[in-house]
Write a protein that binds this ligand. Structure first.
Ligand code: SF4
Length: 295
């Protein structure tokens, strides 16, 4: 496998805004992710490519992005950039490589608003640039009265259980460390929240588990809790469906037949299950007065 990628494009534009993350564009400075989550949708799906835990930087990211941002402004297009949709922008190598930090510098220079998705505590290192972007970013007119600043920082958690997280997200900081980092961003005045993704069927989807997640999000300064169900792709040895099946066999063998019934050979749980999950989140979030959307 290659050690660097020459990307053709870094700033990828959506046809229309993704209302969930508010993204008009996505940027992924790296291919592959050192967090190693067994459920990672890029492992086995058509999105992102399965690099396992190997992380490959896009070595021409900075000059390409500079050109693309300039061109976007020339066309009078400036929208929300989602950083880290297919790989965490703070993998282990970012500590020394500082590619994400360089990219943030460009985003600041060209005043684009930004939504970072991460599991990493390392994002706190870049609080200085993020503060600057928060102040200078020019919001799309239709979001101008809905947001106080140009930066949103979301922390992704699938469970609050540290032991379980170590098995399913072996390269990620503990859930509590992610929440503590979120608190730092909240106290510094950023819009921040939890992405409870994926919610693991019969493992982290009970009313009690969801209630604990919502309460922790609030206690640690979260403005919102987004959520999403589990999706499983692929049959190759490193694909997420294979890894997740293996995890169930080793840790929850009693759930194997329930999962089979729930997924029915599909990549996602049944619609009925998803409706019940949505109802649980809506009820619990309403009870605690927190939104399931960013705005
Ligand atoms: S942090 Fe995100 S991108 Fe990285 S392995 Fe986990 S789910 Fe995939």
């Amino acid at each position: 496998m290659e050690n660097e990628i020459k990307a053709k494009s870094l700033l990828n534009r959506h046809k229309k805004r993704d209302e969930w993350f508010l993204g008009d564009y996505t940027i992924n400075p790296y291919a592959g992710c050192s967090m190693g989550c067994i459920y990672c949708y890029t492992r086995g799906s058509k999105y992102g490519g399965n690099y396992g835990v190997k992380v490959v930087p896009k070595s021409n990211a900075v000059p390409i992005l500079k050109k693309q941002l300039k061109n976007s402004i020339r066309r009078n297009e400036r929208g929300f950039i989602v950083l880290g949709s297919a790989s965490d922008p703070y993998p282990t190598v970012e500590k020394d490589m500082k590619l994400t930090r360089e990219i943030l510098g460009l985003i600041k220079r060209y005043k684009f608003p930004l939504h970072i998705l991460t599991k990493s505590t390392r994002v706190a290192r870049d609080m200085d640039i993020l503060n600057a972007i928060n102040e200078v970013a020019i919001l799309p007119p239709e979001l101008d009265d809905k947001l106080d600043g140009g930066v949103i920082v979301s922390f992704s958690l699938s469970t609050l259980n540290d032991g379980l997280a170590r098995i399913i997200e072996p390269g990620a900081p503990s859930p509590i460390n992610r929440l503590e980092t979120m608190k730092m961003f909240s106290e510094a005045g950023f819009k921040t929240g939890v992405i409870n993704m994926p919610v693991l069927p019969y493992i982290s989807d009970s009313k009690d588990e969801i209630e604990d997640m919502v309460k922790m999000a609030i206690n640690y300064g979260g403005d919102y809790v987004l959520y999403s169900g589990l999706t499983l792709y692929g049959d190759a040895s490193g694909d997420c469906k294979t890894l997740y099946d293996q995890f169930l066999k080793e840790n929850y063998p009693e759930l194997l037949s329930d999962y089979k019934k729930l997924f029915r050979g599909s990549f996602a749980p049944s619609k009925d299950y998803q409706d019940v999950l949505a109802k649980k989140f809506a009820e619990i979030s309403r009870k605690y007065g927190i939104k399931n959307s960013i705005i």
